[in-house]
Ligand binder design. Structure first.
Ligand code: SAM
Length: 218
C-alpha cells in the first residue's frame, strides 16, 4: 500500500467511526431493527410455503407505505406473515401500526413466532378471527388496506372498508392478475366503476396487486 492510499483508508475509517458514534439512540435502534428484519427475511428466503406473497410484492407494499407515510393499516389474510412483515417493517419507519386477521390457528401461531423473530411484534396487532365477522366490527379509520384472503369476498371487503378508508388512503388487493379466480373479475369491475378510486394494477409478480387511491370521500 502506498502512503497516499493508507491515508485515504484511515480517513475513510475515521469518517465511518464518526458516523456510527454520532447516530442518536433512536437511529441506532432503527439500524438494529433493520438488521434483524433483513436477517430474518434472508433466513426465510425460500421457506414461505403457506400461500405467502413473493418478496417482489412485499417490496411494493413497503414502498407505498413509506412513500405516503401511512400509519393506520389493516391486512386481511395473514397466513404465516410474509406480507405482514413487509408492512410492519415500513410502519416501523412511519411510526404506525397494523391490524392483521387470520382464520387458521396454525398459521396464526406461526405468524406470531415469525413476527417475534423479525423483531416487529410491537407494530402488529394480530387477530385470530373470521374476517367476515371482524371486518364489519372494526372502526378504522385506515389509511392503507391490503386484502389477501378469500377471493370471493374481495368485493365484500371493499364495500365494507371503503367508508373506513381515509381520503388519500390506499386500498390494495393481491392476486388480481388471476382474473379467472372466482371473485376477482367481480371485484375489479366494481372497483373500476368507483369514480373516487384511482386504480392501477402493479405487475410485480405473476399474481399482481391492485393499488387504488381514494381521491375524495363519497
Ligand atoms: C394467500 S394467504 C395470505 C398470505 C399472506 N398475505 C402472506 O403473504 O404471508 C390467505 C390467507 O387468508 C386466510 N383467510 C381465508 N379466509 C379468511 C377469513 N374469512 N378470515 C380470515 N382469514 C382468512 C387463509 O387462512 C390464508 O391463510
Amino acid at each position: 500500500m502506498n502512503s497516499k492510499f493508507k491515508i485515504f483508508v484511515n480517513f475513510a475509517f475515521l469518517l465511518n467511526l464518526i458516523f456510527i458514534l454520532s447516530a442518536s439512540p433512536g437511529q441506532k435502534e432503527n439500524q438494529d431493527l433493520d438488521e434483524k428484519v433483513k436477517k430474518f427475511l434472508k433466513s426465510m428466503k425460500h421457506r414461505w410455503y403457506d400461500m405467502n406473497i413473493p418478496e417482489s410484492d412485499g417490496k411494493v407494499l413497503y414502498d407505498i407505505i413509506i412513500k405516503n407515510g401511512y400509519k393506520k393499516v389493516l391486512e386481511v389474510g395473514t397466513s404465516t406473515g410474509h406480507s405482514t412483515i413487509w408492512i410492519a417493517w415500513a410502519l416501523s419507519k412511519t411510526g404506525g401500526k397494523l391490524i392483521t386477521i387470520e382464520i387458521n390457528e396454525m398459521r396464526y401461531k406461526r405468524a406470531l413466532e415469525n413476527f417475534k423473530e423479525a423483531g416487529l411484534q410491537d407494530y402488529i396487532d394480530a387477530r385470530l378471527a373470521d374476517a367476515h365477522k371482524l371486518v364489519p366490527e372494526l372502526k378504522g379509520p385506515f389509511d392503507f388496506i391490503f386484502i389477501d384472503a378469500d377471493k370471493n369476498w374481495y368485493k365484500n371487503y371493499l364495500k365494507l372498508l371503503l367508508p373506513k378508508l381515509e381520503k388519500n388512503g390506499c386500498f390494495t388487493a393481491h392476486n388480481v392478475l388471476n382474473r379467472y379466480m372466482y371473485g376477482i373479475k367481480d371485484f375489479l369491475d366494481y372497483l373500476k366503476d368507483l369514480p373516487y378510486m384511482e386504480t392501477t394494477i402493479v405487475r410485480s409478480s405473476r399474481s399482481g396487486i391492485s393499488v387504488s387511491y381514494k381521491k375524495y370521500n363519497k
